[in-house]
Ligand binder design. Structure first.
Ligand code: ADP
Ligand code: MG
Length: 308
């Protein structure tokens, strides 16, 4: 039962991160019923991550006959490499992340982690080895302590505090008080608890990921600035949590993009450009266009497209 509720929670908070704009998800406890529920393949073995290589081998996926998705995605992410995804709204960034997490199965090609196809390993082992940091991460209607410890259920209070400190979350957590008068790490979060700002949510998600210490990290950055006071501290905490891990990041911050080993530019479900930041600028294509229209420390092709 514990296992099931953890899975449910994981699916909810992940979907929350990816489909927050859909608006059907209200908290971290609610179970999302996707159009289909993927089962583990018969005889699925646990994923064994030895190096952390991620390969998209000619991956194709469509949500429906008329709707979008991704096509011919070929991407080999070396162990420890940090890859940023940039693209306009609807380009397929979240779809790539969803496919890696196996929220959907690729219809063409396959996604492999250290040679193992994600659709053929147990979902529990897949999700255990991928850390997620998003600003939309759902908070469960439980204490701040439990919300962070969710990253590693057997963690001690000391472990949780150490992770919160690294995520720059410790200070604000100490100042929390919920409507029942519970304070600090005992204060309850979620829709029936303390309302957190986007930056605070992101730091809780970061603390979770630090505690989880998974070899693969998925980052879905907010498209707009957080309160500038926390912006810089989150950035340095992110750099620390990315160190030594394979990272796939939907990136909007100039500071995150410049940290990436490689940037891929998605357009209408296709990879249209890829390379280092400098190489892409020299290429003077879509990435250069997004970069040159940056504002406030952010590349925001989503807003650009909307404005056109
Ligand atoms: P991005 O994250 O780059 O904004 P997405 O990966 O969310 O783009 O979406 C890629 C395409 O797939 C878009 O055309 C979008 O409308 C479509 N799409 C995304 N999610 C769904 C869904 N759940 N059902 C149907 N179409 C979807
Ligand atoms: Mg998206």
């Amino acid at each position: 039962a514990i296992r099931l509720s953890q899975m449910t929670g994981w699916v909810s908070f992940t979907l929350m991160g990816i489909y927050a704009n859909v608006g059907e998800i209200e908290d971290g406890i609610r179970t999302i019923t996707p159009a289909h529920t993927l089962l583990d393949a018969p005889g699925a073995a646990p994923l064994e991550v030895s190096e952390g290589r991620i390969e998209f081998r000619d991956v194709g996926f469509a949500y429906g006959r008329e709707s979008g998705g991704v096509e011919h995605i070929a991407l080999d992410i070396r162990p420890g490499e940090k890859v940023g995804i940039v693209g306009a709204s609807g380009a397929g960034k979240s779809t790539m992340v969803a496919l890696l997490l196996r929220l959907y199965d690729a219809e063409k090609g396959g996604i492999f982690i250290d040679g193992q196809k994600v659709s053929e390993v147990t979902q529990e082992s897949l999700r255990r080895q991928i850390g997620m940091v998003t600003q939309e991460t759902a908070m469960f209607n439980r204490s701040a302590l439990d919300n962070i410890r969710y990253g590693r259920p057997d963690a001690t209070m000391e472990d949780v505090i150490a992770a919160a400190e690294k995520a720059e979350a410790h200070e604000f957590i100490l100042g929390l008080q919920d409507h029942m008068g519970r304070e600090g790490y005992e204060a309850h979060l979620g829709e029936r608890g303390v309302k957190l700002s986007g930056g605070q949510r992101q730091r809780i998600a970061l603390a979770r990921a630090i505690l989880k210490d998974a070899p693969i990290l998925v980052l879905d950055e907010a498209t707009s600035a957080l309160d500038s006071e926390v912006e810089a501290s989150i950035q340095s905490a992110l750099e620390r949590v990315m160190a030594g891990k394979t990272v796939l990041a939907v990136a909007h911050r100039l500071s995150t993009l410049s940290e990436m080993d490689r940037i891929i530019v998605l357009d209408h479900g296709h990879i249209v450009e890829q390379g280092t930041h400098d190489a892409l600028l020299a290429q003077d294509g879509l990435y250069a266009r997004y970069w040159n229209r940056q504002s406030g420390g952010f590349v925001n092709p989503e807003a650009e497209e909307a404005a056109e």
